[in-house]
Design a protein around this ligand. Structure first.
Ligand code: FES
Length: 106
């Protein structure tokens, strides 16, 4: 059972060692678990598609129009799910270091 042992840094909690038993195993293995939570209970997404239960996007990589297409991971883009560079402002304001996921066409 997970117990909250300590907080490593802002927003990331270390849950300690958790007994894990896989199918076919006789003994019990211990596995480290890290729990990541958004600060303040407001979530990580400030305003993007809040009317949806879960924001999910999929991309067929072979159909990308550009050789490199940046996808937003900071949830601040005005063109979400594509990156519009808003992460730069967010990083400066919050001392953060988030950036896009780059999908590369081969
Ligand atoms: Fe979000 Fe660039 S705008 S990662």
């Amino acid at each position: 059972m997970a117990t909250l042992a300590s907080t490593l840094c802002t927003g990331i909690s270390y849950a300690g060692q958790v007994p894990v038993k896989r199918a076919g195993e006789v003994g019990r293995k211990k596995q480290r678990v890290v729990v990541v939570r958004a600060e303040g209970g407001g979530g990580i997404n400030p305003e993007i598609r809040k009317n949806e239960e879960k924001v999910v996007d999929s991309v067929v990589v072979t159909e990308l129009s550009k050789n490199i297409t940046p996808y937003c991971r900071c949830w601040r883009s005005g063109t979400f799910p594509l990156c519009d560079g808003s992460h730069v402002k967010h990083n400066k304001a919050n001392g953060d270091n988030v950036g896009p996921l780059l999908l590369k066409k081969q």
